[in-house]
Design a protein around this ligand. Structure first.
Ligand code: COI
Length: 355
């Protein structure tokens, strides 16, 4: 399929790289492609970024049949643009699509489309340390129909946003609130899909946490409210004794690509990494015995986010001395160095953008 390109008549003023925040600026162009049962995915095109006209009955607005991804493009010192594990994102995108009854995309074609879009928008990849161009591929159900079924038609789009740190704390430790009442996802549900509804389901408890002065919610499993699943928009790791533990993928946890990168890096450093169930009681017991060394989250947007304090059932624990732990710092620095092309890439995670 040939990608049609329509360039914007006027280009936007670029924001100040040192004050980007997260997710508020968008580049000049976006990629669009449509699906219908007769033509399959068709009409791939790059167009000026702008509003989409939608019928009020458009299915995604009512039933949330939507999936998305998040990945980043990084500018290296020599000015090249690196993508980090984009093929893994596209594989997960199709897996989310499968769970949400959304037709499969040709991953090779989408990667080519992303390269084409990035070639046009490469001037938007910010250069300040810690900044990147966040890439948000999304598919929404577009039938104008309000009966409940999966849509017959879809829109796939990719938008780009120059970003800095996700959390206002930057790399400073965040405070996490464990909810004993609300759950993000349940066994047999859609928890492992990157779908809009999972994020909508997280909002209420997150607001409660924020009212108490906590940045994010730590979710426990939806059946027993006992085992840790994930944190806000990240996967979670606990360094207890000489073991690095992260909850096993049980189909209600998002299979994070940064999570997988942390596991692979830590194992390559000789650290014993275990993917298993871990209860909140075990974490508190490890804290009481002095074995809980570090807690940190991982995610594309957040990269590595150290946790400084946890509140569960009115009991607050401080992790270590509340500052960034050495393992979180080593992982953060190594990941960033690989992403920005400053360190060796032993796992071949980097894909430079091809012209
Ligand atoms: C990401 O980490 O890329 C996400 O999609 C999380 C989102 C809440 C920003």
């Amino acid at each position: 399929m040939k990608i049609a390109i329509t360039k914007a008549d006027t280009l936007k003023k670029h924001p100040d790289d040192s004050n980007l925040g997260f997710g508020t600026y968008f580049t000049d162009h976006m990629f669009n492609m449509d699906y219908n049962p007769e033509k399959g995915w068709h009409n791939p095109r790059i167009e000026p970024y702008g509003p989409m006209q939608m019928d009020p009955s458009t299915m995604v607005l009512h039933y949330g049949q939507a999936i998305f991804e998040g990945l980043k493009a990084y500018k290296t010192e020599s000015g090249e643009i690196n993508l980090f594990r984009p093929k893994d994102n596209l594989r997960r995108f199709n897996n989310s699509g499968h769970i949400l009854c959304i037709p499969e995309l040709d991953e090779d074609f989408v990667l080519k489309a992303l390269f084409t879009l990035l070639e046009i928008e490469k001037g938007w990849v910010p250069g300040e340390p810690g900044t990147s161009l966040y890439i948000r591929p999304t598919i929404i159900a577009t039938d104008p129909y309000i009966g409940l079924r999966s849509s017959n038609t879809y829109r796939f789009f990719i938008i780009l946003s120059p970003v800095g740190a996700y959390y206002p704390e930057g790399f400073d430790p965040v405070k996490i609130w464990v909810t004993t009442k609300y759950v993000r996802a349940v066994r047999g549900g859609v928890g492992e899909a990157k779908t809009a509804g999972n994020y909508a389901a997280s909002l209420y408890a997150t607001e409660l946490a924020q009212k108490e002065g906590y940045t994010q919610v730590m979710w426990l499993d939806g059946v027993e409210l006992k085992y840790v699943e994930e944190v806000g928009s990240m996967n979670i790791f606990f360094a207890i004794g000489d073991e690095l533990i992260t909850p096993e993928l049980n189909r209600s946890i998002l299979p994070g690509i940064t999570r997988d990168s942390v596991i692979k890096l830590a194992k390559s450093w000789g650290i014993r990494v275990t993917e298993r169930k871990i209860s909140i009681d075990e974490i508190y017991a490890a804290h009481a015995s002095g074995e809980l060394k570090e807690v940190f989250g991982s995610g594309t947007a957040a990269v590595i986010s150290p946790v400084g304090a946890i509140k569960f059932d009115d009991k607050v624990i401080t992790i270590g001395d509340g500052s960034v732990g050495p393992l979180a710092a080593r992982l953060f620095n190594t990941l960033m160095d690989i992403q920005y092309g400053k360190a060796e890439d032993p796992f071949e995670w980097i894909l430079p953008v091809e012209k």
